[in-house]
Write a protein that binds this ligand. Sequence first.
Ligand code: 9ND
Length: 233
Amino acid sequence: KEKVEITKAQRALMKVIVDAYNRHKIPQDVAKKLLQDQYSAEENFLLLTEMATSQVQVLVEFTKNIPGFLSLNHEDQIALLKGSAVEAMFLRSAQVFSQKMPNGHTEVLEERIRKSGISEEFMTPMFNFYKSIGELHMIEEEQALLTAITILTPDRPFVKDQQAVERLQEPMLEVLRKLCVLQHPQEPQYFARLLGRLTELRTLNHYHAEMLTSWRMNDHKFTPLLCEIWDVQ
Ligand SMILES: O=C(Nc1ccccc1)[C@H](C1CCCCC1)n1c(-c2ccc(Cl)cc2)nc2cc(F)c(F)cc21
């Protein structure tokens, strides 16, 4: 039986990542707004583009706190952010969607999102992902580490020094692996299930641009930052 223990250095790394992660709370406000009122497709689209734009800014702040990230080659820093921003947003959406809410609130939230303007064809893959994240009942340390691991994916397009990114991602994977063993002793496969969600997350990446351009309304306006990050317009 492997005696798993998180070292002082690993605890320090985890604290840096969780503190940085806790500084981005925006989508909670989105959930609250969506629960308060029903909006038109146009209002929902505007809300999404505003939220997604601020999510990118917050993601940059979070990423700057990942030890070693700022020492990477500058083009590679951009390539990692550009390559992970959409996934980070869907991961964050899933975490917000699966957080504990008063009875019936999740159903209302799901209904509001289903009617927000997104085309029908994307609902199943999106909510399947949200529910599969929910079933994991991740603690915030796992959520924060999973987001950092997603950003530090070495094989993003245009990354030149993949080894340098691997050297940053590996310690995160090791801490997460230990955390999973300690948090879910009955589930030896929990860590593998967690990483499996990142594969599901990449499939949502394929849909994201079309999810936006097929939003049930005319004349989709994007912010310059979103055009950059979301491959739209
Ligand atoms: O805002 C959002 N997500 C966000 C996340 C992270 C940071 C900032 C924003 C949007 C809403 C959706 C309804 C209209 C208004 C925006 N959102 C999404 C979502 C995102 C992108 C596409 Cl293409 C489709 C759906 N899934 C969500 C789940 C939640 F529990 C949820 F609360 C908000 C969610």
